[in-house]
Design a protein around this ligand. Structure first.
Ligand code: PCG
Length: 138
C-alpha cells in the first residue's frame, strides 16, 4: 500500500466546539503527518464546488449553508492507506452507525453537523486537495 494524501476538514461545529486539537492529536498519534492546514471562512462558490456531487440532493442548500456558517479548519494529511484509515477514524456519516471511539461517535449526534469531512476515495482526495490547497503544501 502506497503513501497517500487525503483532505480532512473540521467543520464549523467542530471549530466552535474547540476540538481541532483533539482531532490533530488523533491523527498524529496514529502516525500520520500534517502537510497543510488553515483556518478559513469558506466562500459559497468553494463550498458549492466541494459538494458538487450532492448538487441534486434535497439537502444540498442546507449543506452549503452549514459549511459557510463559520470558519472551518482545512487540512492535508499524509500516510500509509490514509484515505481509508481516516474514514474509519472519523466514523460513519449516519450518527446511529458511528461507533464510540471514532471522531463522530464521540462528538456528533446529527447527520449534518458531524464535526469532520474526509475524502472518500483517491480521486476525491486529489480533487479536494487541489480545490482547497492549490500549491500550498509542504
Ligand atoms: P460529508 O462532509 O462527509 O459529505 C457529504 C455530507 O452530506 C455528509 O458529510 C453529511 O454531513 C451530509 N449529509 C448526508 N446526508 C444528509 C442529510 O440527509 N441531510 C443533511 N443536512 N446533510 C446530509
Amino acid at each position: 500500500m502506497a503513501i497517500e494524501k487525503t483532505f480532512l476538514m473540521v467543520k464549523p461545529d467542530g471549530v466552535k466546539r474547540q476540538v481541532i486539537g483533539d482531532i490533530i492529536d488523533r491523527f498524529e498519534r496514529r502516525g500520520f503527518v500534517l502537510r497543510g492546514a488553515k483556518l478559513m471562512n469558506v466562500p459559497r462558490e468553494l463550498a458549492e464546488k466541494h459538494y458538487e456531487e450532492h448538487k441534486e440532493k434535497p439537502f444540498f442548500n442546507e449543506l452549503v449553508d452549514f459549511i459557510t456558517s463559520g470558519p472551518v479548519f482545512a487540512m492535508v494529511w499524509e500516510g500509509e492507506n490514509i484515505i481509508k484509515l481516516a474514514r474509519v477514524m472519523m466514523g460513519a456519516t449516519k450518527p446511529e452507525e458511528a461507533q464510540p471511539g471514532t471522531i463522530r461517535g464521540d462528538y456528533a449526534v446529527t447527520i449534518s453537523e458531524n464535526v469532520i469531512h474526509g475524502s472518500d476515495s483517491p480521486s476525491s482526495a486529489e480533487r479536494e486537495i487541489k480545490l482547497w490547497f492549490n500549491d500550498e503544501l509542504v
